[in-house]
Design a protein around this ligand. Structure first.
Ligand code: BV8
Ligand code: ZN
Length: 253
């Protein structure tokens, strides 16, 4: 697995830690990653094509149905060991920021609270016209449902390609990356901007950069350490080495 003593020491000594997660963290919960081949009736669609305002305006029903299908998958999924290990890390550090590109609520359901959702959340729905949030909607009537306030079409509260990210979440993410002493990039192909710039900003600001991914990415060459294994395997081991070992030593002292 390649968790070096230096890596453990860096994490033990750190006070400011930030983590960026991508779809790879939810893969072990059975949620297909963005680059996994789409299956079933979605096999012929390219996610990057569907996740755009143009696609929604061109075919609102198709895009609405795609998110309804993904919402069902996400709601049926459970957080995995990677999500829970990140909760342990959050509770261990006084300054810990979890920045996620994922829209699936699994970090929140696992117990993460110092959480920044850069790309929104599939469980929330808002009006395409007036941006009013819809607390609920009728899946049996006209789809996409319409806004109670202005009659506009409702859409998932996610960031589509070509749309800006939520200002505050992005600002806080930049700040967390800049002050981090250790930055972990976990389960992301590090392609989508501006999220993919966060690990590099951290590195440039002096952070020790750890990448956890089953495959090499464009970030790997910049990482101080690339742990080529599943997030659900590596993160619990990191918690054991960084937190549990200290606790057992203190208890034994
Ligand atoms: C913006 C929500 C400007 C929706 C998402 C050229 C043309 C057009 C646009 C651009 C361009 N160049 C740059 C851009 C900008 C564009 C962009 O970055 N494009 C890319 C494709 C080059 N970015 C944008 O459009 C952003 N907005 O720039 O707006 C602007 C600014 C101000 C005002 C107005 C406008 C918006 C980007 C957000 C898009 N929305 N999601 C939805 O989900 O439906 S992004 C989407 O892709 C996903 O949410 C996810 O975040 C991302 C995919 O990334 P990953 O999470 O990394 O997932 P992926 O499948 O790629 O990789 C998974 C990784 O996990 C793999 O590496 C795999 O090996 C690994 N893995 C798998 N299993 C495991 C594992 N690792 C560990 N353990 C495992 N078990
Ligand atoms: Zn409206």
């Amino acid at each position: 697995m390649g968790i070096s003593d230096e890596l453990v020491e860096r994490l033990r000594a750190a006070e400011h830690v930030a983590v960026l997660t991508g779809a790879g963290v939810s893969a072990e919960s059975g949620v297909p990653t963005f680059r996994d081949a789409q299956t079933g009736l979605w096999a012929n669609y390219d996610p990057a094509e569907l996740a755009t305002p143009q696609a929604f305006l061109r075919n609102p029903r198709l895009v609405w149905d795609w998110y309804a299908y993904r919402r069902q998958t996400v709601e049926a999924a459970q957080p995995n060991e990677a999500h829970y290990a990140l909760v342990d890390l959050e509770q261990h550090y006084s300054d810990f920021t979890l920045i996620t590109q994922n829209i699936d609520s699994l970090h929140w359901r696992a117990g993460s609270r110092d959480l920044l959702e850069l790309h929104g959340n599939i469980s929330r729905v808002r009006c395409f016209e007036c941006a009013t949030y819809a607390p609920g909607w009728d899946e049996e009537g006209e789809l996409p449902p319409r806004c109670a306030r202005c009659g506009g079409l409702l859409r998932p509260d996610v960031v589509w390609f070509g749309e800006g990210l939520p200002d505050q979440a992005l600002r806080l993410a930049y700040e967390a990356a800049q002050r981090s002493q250790v930055f972990l990039s976990v389960g992301t192909s590090a392609i989508v901007q501006p999220a993919a710039s966060l690990p590099l900003i951290a590195r440039r600001s002096g952070a020790y950069l750890i990448e956890i991914n089953v495959e090499e990415t464009s970030l790997s060459v910049f990482a101080d350490c690339w742990l080529q294994d599943q997030a659900g395997t590596v993160l619990p081991e990191l918690v054991r080495r960084v937190i549990r070992d200290i606790q057992s030593r203190e208890e034994g002292a």
